[in-house]
Design a protein. Structure first.
Length: 466
């Protein structure tokens, strides 16, 4: 009996794919001044206070009264007078696993619970979103290692090869970013059969900033209340999996993630790709969040909410690219394209990371410093992985650069070629369990041998100034 593919084709056309998954927040009929604002834990500035919810009967969109004097609830969730920001770099599964291992080290030193903001890019966004939406039953080494070593890329490739997906992938808006989001939902962002959205971000976790890049303008795009307010879109209903997929959407490899702009009746869209194009460390968003709170305080004639200064903990999973071609006389077209793409992306992202670190120094330094003094500070940060400076307001700014590449400087390595094996882990959303184990070892060695003293001193200072 011959099987007809027509019903399957029709079904694919009807049920698969949509250009966007975000939803409107307000009716376009409402005047701008009457529209409600987003109020999730993904926020750059001060969160708003909502009260007296009412419902618009014509479209069932909830409205709320916004107080004239919004308070800065949870800007510093520890109320210790410090702005503590943690950034997780891009780098595929290498980054997500290395970031998680460093975070468990920070947790051991009682610093993770003092973080106010987490900003993430690409692979780091898997870990950041998972942590910010998880309780202790899900956030523990066993559970995290099991989930983050899942072969997300294999899931995506396997689905691309399934015949029932061919039509949808070819003739509808269903694409590779949908497949990645689907795998992320199945393995990271589902609780009790329900997909997690931004409303599921926990109040006992830091505020979350997931970074992507606007494909049309090349500007950064942050998944936060402010960005979704501009689109008149409801961030609380947006799936975490799609935000992570957008942050990880390496051009060509993964299709861009699309958002609908609901601020107007005219069809308009934003297309998002990997956040590493602008900042592969995710640090710029932390600086932007700090500035937003300080400026809000100045406008309200309130004191600086962070009188004790700024602490930036930068987890950087960058490595030196090694194509491993020294034993090959020639390579084929596929290998040539794959190696070329790997080299280009690695070099560009490493340059972007170095530029971001330099920008941190320039942004926070006093106005009276000379160019030579700025260069010296940049050199110190790149060499030592730690820098302390005074900003233009006289506040202390400390930057700790927890970079995987610093494993090359460690002495107590478990075996001779350990640093080489760690540096050769590819930027990919698959990872071998042995590679994940080596990353966990690297995180442990890096913190204990190079950074533990400084991190303990920072934690002790925060505790004594409470």
């Amino acid at each position: 009996m011959r099987t007809s593919w027509l019903p399957i084709v029709i079904l694919c056309a009807l049920v698969t794919g949509c250009t966007y998954v975000n939803k409107p927040l307000n009716s376009v009929k409402l005047p701008l001044e009457a529209r409600v604002k987003n109020n999730t834990r993904a926020v750059l500035g001060a969160p708003i206070i909502l009260s007296q919810s009412t419902t618009q009967p014509d479209d069932s969109i909830t409205q709320a009264e916004i107080s004239d004097e919004p308070q800065d609830l949870g800007a510093d969730r520890n109320h210790d007078g410090y702005f503590v920001g943690l950034s997780l770099s891009g780098g595929g599964s290498r980054s997500s696993n290395f970031a998680a291992s460093i975070m468990f080290q920070l947790q051991r030193l009682h610093l993770l619970d003092k973080v106010d903001y987490i900003s993430s890019v690409s692979g780091g966004s898997l870990t950041a979103a998972y942590y910010c939406a998880s309780d202790d039953n899900h956030w523990n080494p066993e559970e995290v290692q099991k989930r983050l070593t899942h072969s997300f890329a294999s899931d995506m490739i396997g689905q691309v090869l399934m015949p029932w997906n061919w039509f949808a992938l070819t003739f509808t808006d269903y694409d590779r970013s949908d497949l990645l989001a689907q795998s992320l939902d199945q393995n990271l962002f589902t609780r009790d059969g329900r997909k997690l959205t931004f409303k599921d971000l926990r109040a006992d976790r830091p505020r979350l900033l997931i970074n992507a890049t606007d494909l049309q303008s090349g500007d950064p795009f942050i998944f936060c209340n402010e960005s979704f307010d501009e689109l008149n879109s409801d961030l609380s209903q947006y799936p975490l999996s799609y935000a992570v997929a957008a942050s990880s959407a390496v051009p060509v490899v993964i299709h861009q993630v699309t958002l609908r702009d609901f601020s107007t009746i005219f069809k308009s869209y934003r297309h998002l790709i990997d956040g590493g194009v602008n900042d592969n460390l995710g640090v710029k968003s932390l600086v932007e969040a700090y500035d937003a709170h300080v400026q809000a305080a100045e406008r309200a004639h309130r004191p600086n909410p962070f009188p004790n200064g700024v602490i930036l903990l930068v987890i950087d999973a960058k490595t030196q690219f090694d194509a491993r071609l020294s034993d090959k006389g020639d390579i084929g077209l596929i290998d040539s394209l794959r190696m070329g793409a790997g080299l280009t992306s690695t070099v560009l992202l490493n340059r972007a990371s170095s530029a971001t670190l330099s920008e941190i120094v320039v942004k926070h330094s006093r106005d009276d410093l000379t160019a030579q003094q700025l260069r010296d500070q940049i050199d110190t940060l790149e060499r030592d992985g730690f820098l302390q400076l005074q900003d233009r307001h006289g506040l202390t700014v400390r930057v700790v650069h927890l970079a995987l590449s610093r494993v090359n400087d460690l002495k107590d390595l478990p075996f001779h070629s350990f640093n080489e094996s760690v540096n050769n882990i590819a930027t990919y959303f698959n990872i071998d369990p042995s590679e994940a184990y080596h990353l966990d070892q690297a995180a442990d060695l890096l913190v204990r041998e190079k950074f533990e003293g400084r991190l303990k001193a920072i934690e002790h200072e925060i505790e004594t100034k409470k």
